[in-house]
Design a protein around this ligand. Structure first.
Ligand code: LRH
Ligand code: MN
Ligand code: MN
Length: 427
């Protein structure tokens, strides 16, 4: 389903008066605080968050699945769904593929469709955490870390195949997440597993085109419940340092033990030029893959402040990093969930952009934790929703993407077109 300019205008029209009043008041408040409103709007409009091809259907848990129907059944339909989200918010103009869940067999056709929908291809993700039906050797005891060199060779070859697909689509980023690990003490030799993983990654790195980047995720547990080969940012950092300049550590927000100070990790990786980017989601207990910003919005803001401040210091644009949602759960309409996630990410970014950095720095220099906290919370507690709405309006998007989605009865139309019992490939 495509959303037209006329439909967006029809949605915006009745809300314009209220929006103008809210925006005028906020604009004045921001100007009085010395915020460069035009540049803030510009930065928000530029910011794009990639949507993963595996999060467009209703997710499940190992206990069950409750599909709501209308799920996309092939890559083209997934791209259409992302194109529709992008039309609604103009902030999700990129798609990230997981191979082999989505194989872009006809690259020319897929690229043409992407151009039509104004989408670009973000990182391509490899998958050596499942066995595929036509696969020769099993990943039951790991992939890049496996004791059998033929399994490692197969996993390296798969990653290079993913790189070739990515290159055909015009991306230059490979994201690697390994489930490799052990479930029981003594199951494998820890140093041996890490060393073999490094060597396999070196083979992948050496086989990539010269302009390709390798993003390496970490995750403390699940599906391995005793030891994961790359459990934390320190191990990922160690490996990417050994690989070379084009390897970076990817931060998936859900891949931390409770209460980990993620903003501090971000700050260190950024200082060392090893931060790849993000997989956004939120969690209460573990890798819950809940809607970004639904549980810990303050943490999200603090992460964004480290990003804004760190990138400013390096004089690097935010677009240098990878921004992707990696969430999937089993109850909401997944498209509405993605709209909420993108909105939460932009809100945290906007809050970070309006922090009084000179004021914060002065408080830090003077060891004044009270004023430092005031500087941060003053930004966090400012209701910036009219600023985001204004950015969308200027971009020709919907003032309220979720309400527009509901008014247009998108899910009902998708069910009518695709059926009630559809299940998309993915998580
Ligand atoms: C692992 C993970 C990783 C995968 C995706 C499907 O938990 O976050 O990024 O590629 O889920
Ligand atoms: Mn992830
Ligand atoms: Mn995850």
């Amino acid at each position: 389903m495509q959303i037209t300019k006329e439909q967006l205008q029809q949605h915006n029209e009745p809300q314009l008066k209220k929006h103008q009043a809210q925006w005028t008041a906020l604009r004045q408040q921001l100007e009085e605080r010395g915020v460069d409103v035009a540049s803030t709007l510009q930065q928000l409009r530029q910011f794009q968050v990639a949507i993963p091809s595996w999060a467009l259907g209703t997710g499940g848990t190992r206990f069950g699945r409750f599909p709501i129907g209308g799920a996309p059944l092939n890559l083209e339909e997934k791209m259409m769904d992302i194109g529709m989200l992008h039309a609604l918010n103009r902030s999700s103009g990129a798609i990230s593929l997981h191979i082999p869940w989505d194989i872009p067999d006809n690259a020319a056709h897929i690229r043409a469709l992407a151009t039509e929908l104004d989408l670009r291809f973000d990182a391509v993700n490899s998958n050596t955490f499942q066995d595929q039906p036509d696969q020769q050797r099993s990943y039951r005891f790991g992939s890049l870390c496996h004791t059998d060199k033929e399994v490692r060779r197969q996993a390296v070859e798969h990653n290079l195949e993913v790189v070739r697909y990515g290159a055909e689509l015009g991306t230059n980023v490979l994201s690697v997440w390994l489930s490799d690990g052990s479930n029981f003490p003594g199951q494998y030799h820890m140093q041996g597993a890490l060393q073999r993983t490094l060597e396999s990654l070196q083979s992948i790195y050496a086989g990539m085109p010269d302009d390709f980047l390798l993003f390496l995720e970490y995750k403390p547990f699940e599906p391995a419940f005793y030891a994961t080969v790359i459990p934390d940012w320190g191990t990922s950092f160690l490996l990417v340092n050994k690989l070379g300049d084009r390897a970076r550590t990817l931060v998936d927000l859900g891949h931390h033990l409770p209460n980990t100070n993620i903003e501090q990790i971000v700050s260190t990786l950024l200082a060392e030029d090893r931060l790849a980017g993000f997989h956004f989601n939120d969690s209460k207990f573990a890798d819950d893959d809940l809607t970004t910003g639904s549980i810990k919005p303050y943490q999200l803001f603090l992460i964004f402040y480290e990003l804004v401040d760190g990138m400013r210091r390096k004089q690097r644009p935010m677009q240098d990093l990878g921004w992707m949602i990696d969430a999937s759960h089993n109850i909401k309409d997944p498209l509405e969930d993605l709209l909420q996630s993108v909105d939460a990410i932009l809100l945290a970014y906007a809050q970070a952009l309006i922090v009084d950095t000179p004021g914060l720095q002065q408080a830090q220099e003077e060891n004044d934790p009270v004023l430092a906290q005031e500087a941060l919370q003053d930004a966090f507690r400012t209701d910036l929703r009219p600023l985001l709405a204004e950015a969308r309006l200027q971009d020709g998007a919907a003032l309220s993407p979720i309400h527009c989605y509901r008014e247009l009865q998108v899910r009902k139309n998708l069910i009518a077109a695709r059926g009630e019992k559809t299940i998309a490939t993915g998580l």
